[in-house]
Design a protein around this ligand. Structure first.
Ligand SMILES: *Cc1c(COP(=O)(O)O)cnc(C)c1O
Length: 244
């Protein structure tokens, strides 16, 4: 007998919660300190509904158009899942800032002053239009490998970017985000992120979020103080064959 999608996701979510609990235990941390962010990119709105029924309230998406379409579909099918918080975790172009500002709770991938300024203006416009109530929370994506193509601000520019976001009228600086560098032990990258974050916290003590860790490296990230693990594959399965 084949499992339905709901059973499949329930089993994967259980396993993932167990894995996260174990990672927290071995790091001497409480599981309440770490948010599990299901990454639903490439997966249908129906999966979001299932995960919602299983207790998930935050979801990560990486492309504006896909996210907007999914959210619109959820709205028409379910009359909107009331308390969902959407995170933008992918590279964001400035010309998509206005669209993202309509649906986003947290933008995890702000990596330049110009993007921060565009997002600030977009959020102000969205609030003026009654499309959102509160400013978006912003995480600063830090590059740990100097590879501009993978996104993230160079550590040398982190302070200026943080000051820009903290000074913006319509943004809330919430913390930092990073993807482990390629070709090195993830733990080394996460240790570096922790160091940069501690330094930032001395100037911006409210920016306490540290989003780090994905399907393959969440244990190392939790061990280095992650407060949010972004998990796609280990929860959703491999990308559907017909994905873009
Ligand atoms: C897709 C994505 C993830 C999830 O990655 P998995 O390895 O599938 O868990 C996490 N973070 C970012 C920025 C992503 O784009």
């Amino acid at each position: 007998m084949t499992m339905g999608r709901a059973e499949e996701l329930a089993a994967a979510l259980d396993a993932l919660r167990g894995r996260l609990a174990l990672a927290c235990a071995s790091a001497g941390r409480s599981p309440e300190e770490v948010t599990l962010l299901p990454v639903t990119k490439y997966f249908p709105a129906s999966d979001v509904t299932i995960l919602y029924q299983l207790g998930c309230r935050e979801f990560g998406e990486s492309r504006e158009q896909e996210a907007s379409a999914k959210i619109a579909e959820l709205r028409s099918v379910t009359g909107q899942l009331p308390d969902v918080r959407w995170h933008m975790i992918g590279r964001l172009q400035r010309n998509k800032a206005r669209a993202v500002a309509r649906w986003v709770h947290t933008v995890q991938s702000v990596d330049s002053v110009r993007l921060a300024q565009a997002l600030d203006r977009a959020a102000a416009a969205a609030m003026a239009a009654g499309e959102r109530v509160a400013p978006p929370r912003v995480l600063l994506q830090v590059s740990l490998d100097g590879d501009a193509a993978r996104g993230g601000v160079d550590p040398a520019g982190l302070g200026e970017l943080a000051d820009t976001v903290a000074g913006a009228n319509s943004l809330t600086l919430a913390g930092v985000m990073a993807v482990a560098p390629l070709g090195v032990e993830p733990a080394r990258g996460f240790a570096e992120l922790a160091r940069l974050h501690e330094k930032l916290l001395r100037v911006h003590p409210g920016a306490t979020e540290r989003s780090a860790g994905m399907s393959g490296d969440l244990e190392a990230a939790v061990n280095h103080g992650s407060t949010c693990v972004r998990v796609g594959t280990a929860l959703m399965g491999s990308r559907p064959i017909l994905s873009p």
